[in-house]
Design a protein around this ligand. Structure first.
Ligand code: SAH
Ligand code: SF4
Ligand code: F3S
Length: 471
């Protein structure tokens, strides 16, 4: 999980008043990043500008995450570091938005009454008017209703890359995983109507977006309560018809809802990327039951079989939690063996962190020592890396299509980009590289997470290889 999100900062005129200079830091998941972009769009429509340095800002905002304790504490500590300045500079507006603001509103108003704004996850569309409301009053302005409709017409993509945009398809989560704070911070699952989503994608395509990532906490249960026949497959098929969008994918899927109709749409739609993030959390049935994940190991394996029947080459990523209450060595080893059995390409590992307000925190002992959590974390990551390295060898000698992103972080005579399965690809730069263009790279080396090679075609504004056989 990234700590900050490099939203684009355009140079601003010297006469923009301090009151309209905003410093905005973003914690947490992709949903939080997108929400920050949407807030920023609302702010820029009202004459606000983003600045790099909090010292230059008259408005300081943190979009916060509650998923693990350190994320939550870090955001509150950063806010506290402005307390002194707020005393000197009473016009300074300090605001917490997002999951911590939603979840800890009462505690925050007690502990940090000098914070001007506390805005939850369903009312941030009102941010500009709430800032105005907070000016000149001493009380904290709270906006934490959970049943607010939260709907505004998005016109622009303010993400860091002009060719890629996140699009929210649903908000909230109806699941009850015992360790998870998200249903508390984000509320019940609500899907947006498909026409509204596809209109947004069309507008984004008109601004030069080529790749869309649909976002939802259980994105593949999209459509619940919208009426018969509407699902994530409806959106994938809708995107097929939108000129300018060349790639699309979706995060995060829940194993329970990976239904045949969706798998079929993934297989048939040429724009759908060859990548699926399907968090499993554990390979042990007893752990999965205690986590209330609603499936067991054999169900997960069955879903993967069904998926690979239709899309044999699909790249698979997952999440694991280690050190969940009561996790024995044997149970942990079932997570290790699941990696071998599935053959994951990537994976994220999280050390269990009890969240106040969750079932596991109330009813279970956080009894796995930190040292054991760390060791298990390390062992799982090693196994995933071995699996990823093995899987990556299948690309040797192949030509893969890549959206070029920019110079490689470690070596500026190379360029880096993303393949159709979200893999990072690095190649020796030529003179005419263009960020956001399509290139074809012939792979001659593969590490656990990255492919290396030489550019053999491109740059081109449109895809070069036929989509369905690109990887
Ligand atoms: N909605 C997504 C993920 C939400 S949170 C899903 O259901 O898959 C992202 C990841 O954080 C989860 O997949 C889980 O692995 C991890 N996570 C969530 N709560 C956690 C906790 N209390 N401690 C440690 N990891 C946690
Ligand atoms: Fe949390 Fe489970 Fe919902 Fe994912 S599905 S957001 S882990 S409750
Ligand atoms: Fe964190 Fe909220 Fe996302 S808790 S992971 S920012 S949904």
């Amino acid at each position: 999980m990234k700590l900050t999100y490099p939203m684009k900062i355009t140079p601003i005129a010297a006469d923009v008043p301090r009151s309209h200079r905003v410093y905005f830091e973003v914690f947490g998941c992709q949903m939080n990043k997108l929400d920050a972009e949407l807030m920023l769009e609302g702010l820029t429509n009202r004459g606000y500008h983003l600045v790099h340095d909090p010292e230059d800002a008259g408005v300081i905002l943190y979009n916060t995450c509650s998923v693990r304790e350190h994320a939550e504490e870090r955001a509150v500590m950063r806010m506290t570091s402005f307390k002194r300045r707020k005393k000197r500079e009473p016009d300074l507006i300090l605001g917490l938005t997002g999951c911590v603001a939603q979840h800890k509103q009462d505690e925050l108003t007690e502990r940090a009454p000098w914070i001007d704004l506390i805005i939850g996850t369903r009312e941030f569309d009102r941010l500009p008017e709430l800032i105005e409301e907070a000016r000149g009053q001493r009380n904290t302005v709270l906006a934490t209703e959970m049943d607010s409709p939260l709907e505004f017409v998005r016109q622009r993509n303010l993400g860091p890359q002009p060719w890629h945009a996140f699009v929210s398809v649903m908000r909230g989560c109806d699941m009850v995983c015992t360790y998870c704070i998200v249903p508390t911070t984000r509320g019940k699952e609500v899907s947006r109507p498909p026409e509204m989503i596809l209109d947004e994608v069309r507008r984004l395509a008109d601004t030069g977006v080529k790749e869309i990532t649909f976002l939802g906490q259980t994105v593949n249960s999209y459509g619940k309560r919208l009426g018969a026949g509407i699902g994530l497959d409806t959106l994938l098929r809708g995107v097929e018809e939108i000129d300018g969008i060349e790639r699309c994918h979706f995060i995060t899927s829940h194993p329970r809802f990976l239904r045949p109709k969706l798998i079929q749409a993934m297989a048939e739609c040429t724009k759908v990327m060859d990548y699926l993030h399907l968090p499993v959390q554990s390979g042990s049935d007893s752990m999965l039951a205690r986590m209330k994940r609603t499936y067991d190991r054999s169900f997960y394996l069955h879903v993967i079989d069904r998926l690979r029947d239709q899309i044999p080459d699909i790249t698979l990523a997952t999440d694991f939690i280690v050190g969940f209450p009561g996790e024995t060595e044997d149970e942990f080893e079932e997570s290790l063996s699941l990696i071998d059995e599935v053959g994951f390409d990537h994976g994220y590992v999280f050390q269990y962190s009890p969240r106040p307000g969750t079932v596991s925190d109330h009813q279970m002992d956080d009894d796995i020592p930190l040292e054991v959590k760390k060791q298990r974390n390390h062992r799982l990551l090693e196994r995933i890396s071995t699996s990823g390295e093995g899987r990556n060898q299948r690309f040797l000698g192949r030509q893969v299509e890549v959206i070029a992103e920019g110079t490689s972080r470690s070596n500026d005579s190379r360029w880096a980009g993303k393949a159709r399965d979200h893999r990072t690809v690095i190649w020796d730069a030529q003179d005419d590289e263009v960020a956001g263009s399509f290139v074809v790279v012939e792979v001659d080396r593969a590490s656990a997470a990255t492919l290396y090679g030489q550019r053999v075609a491109g740059p081109s504004p449109r895809p070069i290889l036929p989509n369905s056989s690109a990887l």
